[in-house]
Design a protein around this ligand. Structure first.
Ligand SMILES: N[C@@H](CCC(=O)N[C@@H](CS)C(=O)NCC(=O)O)C(=O)O
Length: 241
């Protein structure tokens, strides 16, 4: 990668609520943390579900989308791979090929198990904080995806939180031996899962974790990373630190 490419300004399209400061997408948070890890500060462009045209240049309809000069990258994992290749002299996101392969598994785990459980606890809160023009699309697409109304999902939230806490057991066992998924320091594998918790933190007052859960302490350490970058993100409601 040439120096010119390294110095290229970065632009990140990310999902926003009616309040454009509310950036809650779990996949965008994975990328936000990856950028912070690399010490990069992109221009962040708030994007709404109704604005498919604004990201049509990326050839698909989902955020995050990263623009780096002439390069356009979509999909959070591919963006992390791009950053790792473009900024090799900065702190590594994967720690090599084996770390990248393992991070890919953690990403798949996060998207397959926690995402649908957490989604069902948040759907109503997300809906209520979207721009009014986004709400009908969100309700229709998510009710179809989950086979239930947003109201039914909200009523079912406590059971889903219990289920979430159960499926986090592998993380708890790991935390007995090391402070982060990536070892002594956090890296992309951690951000893959942490993005899920930022989704909840930004959009909803619902607490997903018990205070004495080791996952709670892991999450707190990541909230504090990069001078409290994630902790400082605007949230929808007042919450305890
Ligand atoms: N695998 C993709 C998933 C991206 C994704 O699902 N993005 C959501 C926001 S969290 C989106 O753009 N949804 C648009 C829609 O549902 O129309 C990634 O990791 O980036």
């Amino acid at each position: 990668m040439s120096d010119t490419a390294r110095d290229t300004a970065l632009r990140l399209y990310e999902l926003a609520g009616d309040d454009p400061g509310l950036r809650f997408s779990p996949h965008c948070w994975k990328v936000r943390m990856a950028l912070a890890h690399k010490g990069l500060s992109p221009e962040c462009v708030p994007w709404h579900f109704a604005e498919k045209d604004a990201i049509a240049f990326s050839g698909q309809g989902l955020v995050p989308v990263l623009v780096a000069g002439e390069t356009v990258v979509s999909d959070s994992f591919r963006i992390a791979e791009y950053l790792e290749a473009a900024y090799p002299e900065r702190p590594t996101l994967f720690g090599g090929e084996m770390g990248r392969a393992t991070a890919r598994f953690i990403n798949a785990y996060a998207d397959t198990l926690p995402v649908p459980l957490i989604a069902r606890t948040l759907l109503m809160d997300i809906h209520d904080r979207l721009a009014p023009g986004d709400r009908p699309y969100f309700r229709q697409s998510r009710e179809k995806r989950f086979g239930m109304t947003l109201e039914q999902a909200a009523a079912d939230a406590p059971a889903r939180i219990e289920e979430l806490r159960r499926i986090l057991q592998p993380l708890r066992l790991m935390l007995k031996a090391q402070p982060f998924l990536s070892g002594a320091e956090p890296a992309y594998a951690d951000y893959c899962l942490f993005g899920m918790f930022m989704w909840a933190r930004v959009i909803s007052p619902t607490e997903l974790l018990a205070e004495d859960d080791p996952v709670h302490a892991w999450r707190a350490a990541l909230l504090d990373a990069f001078d409290g970058f994630a902790r400082a993100a605007p949230t929808a409601g007042a919450r305890a630190a």
